[in-house]
Write a protein that binds this ligand. Structure first.
Ligand SMILES: NC(=O)c1ccc[n+]([C@@H]2O[C@H](COP(=O)([O-])OP(=O)(O)OC[C@H]3O[C@@H](n4cnc5c(N)ncnc54)[C@H](OP(=O)(O)O)[C@@H]3O)[C@@H](O)[C@H]2O)c1
Length: 210
């Protein structure tokens, strides 16, 4: 398929690009700094763009079949709308480009999965570090669910570096109110590409953890 990947220079994004190319997809990645990505492949096209600047991304959406977003950032402790504003621009560009399929990573702990990242996140990390980030993620999810796209929201547990195992749990009611469940970024990328083929969770928000 012709895939457009957002967040491809990030830790999950690099895995996603790598696995997409291994599976034979034709990949376009929108990156703020294309020089940051050290993957070269005949089926990979890098476009410089910022999701906060619609004019820098809108033309890239034409002729794509699906959009995969692993957008994220590290400005956790200040109020920000990077995820929601960026996603609103992505949704608008998808409409203009006539693309229906969106698979977007958020996190366990958002909206109706509240508390599912475990007690440490619920009592410490979310209120004291990720408060604004998670508020923005809630809005991001709300925008996607209100759209008329064929969306899937993927909610991973806590990320660990690790290899692709292809052996993980996915679906509803994952995570735990006490324990923090983990997942590798490589397996999140694997799950996104699996969902792209199977379309099992259209208009759903599956979690993914070990
Ligand atoms: N860490 C965890 O335990 C955990 C658990 C569950 C879910 N998640 C979520 O999973 C997602 C991916 O995580 P990650 O660790 O792979 O994130 P990451 O390494 O921080 O990568 C984020 C990506 O988003 C890009 N980006 C940020 N602002 C952008 C903009 N304005 N325009 C275009 N691209 C922009 C970054 O580009 P630059 O390289 O230019 O900055 C980077 O490619 C995040 O949403 C994260 O919150 C994380």
């Amino acid at each position: 398929m012709r895939l457009l990947i957002i967040g491809g220079s990030g830790k999950t994004g690099r895995e996603l690009i790598k696995q997409s190319l291994e599976e034979g997809h034709i990949v376009t990645a929108i990156l703020r700094k294309p020089q940051k990505l050290n993957i070269k492949h005949p089926n990979l096209k890098l476009i410089q763009g910022d999701v906060l600047d619609p004019s820098s991304i809108s033309s890239v959406f034409k002729h794509q079949e699906a959009v995969l977003s692993v957008l994220g950032h590290k400005k956790f402790i200040i109020p920000s709308n990077i995820l929601s504003k960026g996603t609103s621009n992505i949704i608008e560009a998808m409409k203009q480009g006539n693309i229906k399929r969106l698979i977007c990573v958020t996190a366990l702990g958002i909206n109706d999965s509240k508390y599912k990242l475990g007690l440490y996140y619920t009592l410490f990390t979310i209120p004291f570090i990720l408060y604004f980030y998670f508020k923005d993620k809630e809005k991001q999810e709300d925008m996607i669910t209100a759209s008329d796209l064929d969306w899937t929201i993927v909610r991973p547990g806590h990320f660990i570096f690790g290899r692709k195992t292809e052996s993980y749990r996915h679906g509803h009611n994952l995570g735990h109110v006490i324990l923090t469940k983990m997942i590798s970024r490589a397996d999140v990328a694997h799950f996104m590409l699996k969902e792209l083929k199977e379309n099992k969770y259209i208009h759903q928000k599956p979690g993914i953890t070990y």
